[in-house]
Design a protein around this ligand. Structure first.
Ligand SMILES: [Fe+2]
Length: 298
């Protein structure tokens, strides 16, 4: 079985019946750059040299609908699809109109064992237009020309081991580290996974006995210094956005971050100073401790 070479988290689609709440939240609080309204009904946001990174798409539910992962453009997509089908997956190609809407050359769609929609895409278009943030965010940390992807997200699932096998064995993600929260119910496990870029993790899989309907624990975006994080906290206060975890520093990726509530109920982690790693020199670790300080959940 061929292993996909996933380069980065290219985009996320958020389904929502309340775009009027997402627009000010993402633009004025998070600081992403809204693009012009379009006939598709998608509300699209830009973070870096990529044409767009996040879209709020019309729907009945409030959830992280789709994660778009960018594949090595040299891979033969038909071979990837065939290998995934041989492994028992139901895979469909993205249509020409799907690709046009996403600004990608080609792509596949399948579902992970939790039911999350996964798109594997190639040659996402960059427009090299600079970020013009309504909140004056100077820069989101997405690497050189966006090659570290937009950030990371945490996927909650009852199908913890199956999801781990799906992302690791079928899609070729690698384990960065693992964590086990202790608790009277046996606790919960977390795997942090990286793809082919220095970001500490682009996906974490969280063992959730009762996963929320919104398909996500949190979505992380990174900025370049602590002042940007502090200014984000001021904007949250000004816009009455609920803080769900105080400022803190994670042990594993070293990120200094705060978590606030998005209109879908999952959190947005907004942080800085995360590790960027050389995977040739790295060995996965295990811990029970999420944070060096802070991150007190409200
Ligand atoms: Fe995170």
């Amino acid at each position: 079985m061929a292993v996909c070479n996933v380069n980065a988290l290219a985009y996320v689609l958020i389904e929502s019946a309340q775009p009027h709440r997402w627009q000010p939240f993402l633009a004025e609080v998070v600081g992403m750059m809204p693009l012009a309204a379009e006939s598709s009904g998608w509300l699209r946001f830009k973070m870096d040299a990529y044409c767009w990174r996040l879209a709020v798409v019309p729907g009945d539910q409030e959830r992280l609908h789709t994660a778009g992962w960018e594949l090595d453009p040299e891979l033969a997509l038909n071979d990837v699809a065939e290998d995934l089908r041989v492994a028992g997956q139901i895979v469909e190609p993205l249509s020409d109109s799907d690709c046009a809407l996403r600004n990608v050359a080609a792509g596949l769609r399948l579902f992970d064992p939790s039911g999350q929609c996964v798109e594997l895409v190639q040659s996402c278009a960059l427009d090299y237009q600079p970020l013009q943030s309504p909140a004056n965010v100077l820069r989101f940390e997405t690497g050189f020309n966006g090659d570290m992807g937009l950030g990371h997200y945490v996927l909650p699932t009852r199908q913890f081991d199956a999801c781990y096998a799906f992302y690791r064995e079928l899609l070729g993600f690698e384990r960065t580290d693992s964590m086990h929260f202790d608790g009277p119910d046996g606790g919960q496990r977390l795997h942090f996974l990286h793809v082919d870029n220095p970001r500490h993790h682009s996906l974490a899989i969280y063992e959730a006995p009762q996963p929320p309907d919104n398909g996500c624990i949190h979505l992380m975006v990174e900025v370049t210094d602590i002042n940007e994080v502090g200014q984000f906290m001021d904007r949250c206060r000004e816009h009455e956005v609920a803080v769900v975890s105080t400022l803190g520093r994670h042990c594993n990726d070293q990120m200094i971050s705060v978590y606030v509530e998005s209109p879908a109920g999952f959190a947005i982690e907004f942080g800085c100073d995360s590790l960027q790693l050389d995977w040739q020199q790295y060995r996965p670790t295990f811990s029970r401790r999420p944070s060096e300080w802070g991150h007190h959940w409200q």
